[in-house]
Design a protein around this ligand. Structure first.
Ligand SMILES: [Zn+2]
Length: 427
């Protein structure tokens, strides 16, 4: 069992090594992006959406589940990351995406920006129970992934995976040597006709459905004091950049053989012909501007990175707003603390006026609720109103009451396993 699991991982690594050493240089492969679609179609789709997105200042909060996969190490050793190490990675993502002052993610570059995207460990598990958003799994005695799991993201998903409509899945993957392959991300899909099939066929894992997310080599997860140039948690920043639609600063191809002819479709990232290594000073780009080695989407060292540009931010926010398995994340209810009792549920519901006359308003306060059934009955059991809502959040429902001799009606709210009833007076 163990041998076949490692064989699967070595197949993945062989893929990485081929790419790395094809150029005869011992270059670290920061990541493989998965994008195989038609670049111009994706760009046309994105350009059409971007025009709707100006001046949108909303902060998008993305619920995250981190799957810590390890091979039997004790807590805190090797790939068996601690909760604090996971939290450090989330903090770094937020420093970088929010350009937080006083952190390594801050910059004063005129083209740099605050993406207003935040990452939060999920509070609710898929079954509705409370969670801290961290899943720890010893995979050493688990069955190996099927042959369909042909990349690092699917490899991770084979062992542990939550609904990609509600969570950004991030895996910390053991068994990869440090400084070889740092991470892997799935690119977003556009909804252009003709592109969906390709994605669906290549990203479906039997029994798990469509796979999406970001995988990080456990060595390079967070800032663990690793002796490496990639030790400050910027692998995750870079991979989440891909997940939200960013290309490398030299263009969409993993191999940079296109010179200056391909770009990343962002005007404010100077076009470069090749990836950057280290933190070199004084490099000049294809168009004469200084190379932006500080950009998270280059291959420079973690220590010299601190910029997402405004054009990159515009792309990411557009993707978050429109792409499958992205646009549902910032409205996902899993950031809420789960309701534990009918009293919790009751505290969210306000009814007015009470006593009511011809109309009643039922208002749901700040908490996203899913699959909520609302029923109003009179005391004879006759239904006055009954409707199921897929999602409710700060919403007011107006119900017209029938003319009746009844002086009292009954409101019932049901969601999942919880339900509560309240009497309502009618004048
Ligand atoms: Zn990359």
């Amino acid at each position: 069992m163990k041998i076949s699991r490692l064989a699967a991982l070595f197949a993945l690594l062989a893929f990485a090594f081929n790419t790395v050493f094809a150029q005869g240089l011992p270059i670290v492969e920061r990541c493989h992006v998965s994008y195989q679609g038609n670049v111009s179609e994706f760009e046309n789709w994105l350009a059409g959406k971007q025009s709707f997105n100006t001046n949108n200042q909303e902060v998008y909060r993305i619920p995250v589940v981190v799957h810590v996969l390890h091979t039997g190490e004790v807590y805190g050793e090797g790939a068996h990351l601690t909760k604090a190490q996971v939290e450090a990675q989330i903090r770094i993502l937020n420093e970088d995406f929010r350009r937080r002052p006083g952190t390594k993610g801050f910059n004063t570059h005129p083209d740099g920006g605050d993406a207003q995207i935040e990452f939060v460990l999920a509070n609710t598990a898929p079954d509705g129970s409370p969670t801290d958003g961290v899943i720890v799994k010893d995979i050493s005695n688990l069955p190996a992934p099927p042959p369909e799991a042909g990349n690092l993201v699917m490899y991770g998903a084979h062992y542990s995976y939550w609904n990609p409509e509600k969570y950004l899945n991030i895996w910390s993957v053991p068994g990869i040597p440090q400084d070889v392959l740092l991470g892997f991300a799935r690119f977003p899909e556009s909804d252009l006709p003709g592109l969906e099939d390709e994605h669906e066929t290549s990203w479906v894992l039997p029994g798990k459905g469509e796979i999406d997310g970001v995988a990080i080599n456990a060595f390079h997860f967070g800032d663990r004091g690793l002796q490496s140039r990639y030790n400050l948690g910027r692998t995750a920043t870079h991979e989440v950049g891909h997940f939200l639609g960013l290309f490398h600063t030299w263009g969409p191809n993993s191999n940079d053989q296109d010179g200056c002819s391909l770009d990343d479709f962002c005007q404010d990232t100077p076009t470069i012909s090749d990836r950057t290594s280290g933190c070199p000073v004084g490099l000049i780009s294809c168009d004469g501007r200084p190379v932006m080695i500080e950009n998270y989407m280059d291959y420079s060292d973690d220590a010299c990175m601190n910029i997402f540009t405004n054009d990159q931010i515009s792309r990411m926010r557009t993707v978050l707003k429109h792409s499958p398995r992205r646009k549902t994340l910032y409205t996902s209810p899993v950031l809420e603390n789960p309701l534990k009792s009918p009293t919790d549920l009751a505290s969210l519901v306000k009814i007015y006026p009470n006593p009511a006359s011809d109309k009643v308003h039922i208002f749901f306060e700040k908490h996203k609720l899913e699959n909520v059934q609302i029923t109003l009955t009179d005391l004879t059991g006759q239904t006055i109103f009954s409707k199921t809502f897929e999602q409710l959040f700060e919403e007011s429902i107006e119900v017209t009451l029938p003319r009746t001799a009844e002086r009292m009606i009954l409101l019932q709210v049901e969601t999942g396993k919880l339900s509560y009833r309240q009497k309502l007076l009618v004048r």
